[in-house]
Ligand binder design. Structure first.
Ligand code: HEM
Length: 154
């Protein structure tokens, strides 16, 4: 169960990133070219938030199963001295929850904006902030916080 969840969570990160980057691209093009906010734009706004929420669910279940997290909470005092343990026990979850809250607010605000240009601008700004947070909080193999593989097999 744990290794399957970890692999799924690792793989799902790519889906989150691809749909987020594409939505930002669409928002940028729509805003700079003054295009109408189409049904497709709205679908990407909606699906980006949905895909992130699915990753959030997987993350929450993984958090309850992870031996790393369990060790962190059982030995908090000493574990706080270890960056890898602190990353999964605290840093990753706090940053990712923040990112998903920002994404949800951005998506909801964009939906409610009266003009198409404002919709694109709102999406562009809020989703770009999310991308920056994700970039910091993902344990890339080059990350100074915690290093994990780009792909994990089951
Ligand atoms: C968009 C949001 C998120 C992304 C892109 C993301 C991405 C990742 C990645 C790439 C890994 C490394 C997987 C591996 O070792 O191969 C990871 C690990 C992990 N993530 Fe997330 N994550 C997200 C949200 C969350 C959330 C919200 C939680 C908790 C509520 C969470 C909990 C965990 C845990 C517990 C681990 C692994 C700990 C272990 O090694 O046992 N993640 N995440």
């Amino acid at each position: 169960m744990y290794s399957t969840l970890l692999s799924l969570h690792s793989l799902f990160r790519w889906l989150v990133l691809v749909i987020l980057v594409y939505s930002i691209y669409r928002a940028f093009i729509g805003y700079t070219r003054n295009q109408p906010f189409s049904k497709t734009d709205n679908a990407f706004r909606h699906w980006t938030a949905t895909v992130a929420h699915i990753q959030l669910m997987i993350g929450i279940v993984l958090y309850t199963q992870s031996p790393v997290v369990k060790y962190f909470w059982a030995n908090t005092k000493t574990a706080l001295l270890n960056l890898d343990l602190t990353f999964y026990g605290l840093i990753h979850i706090v940053l990712m929850l923040t990112a998903i809250v920002v994404l949800t607010i951005g998506s909801a605000l964009a939906k409610r904006k009266p003009t198409d240009r404002e919709k694109f601008k709102t999406m562009l700004v809020w989703f770009s902030i999310v991308l920056i947070i994700l970039f910091i909080a993902i344990p890339w193999s080059f990350s100074p916080l915690s290093s994990r593989p780009y792909f994990r097999t089951f």
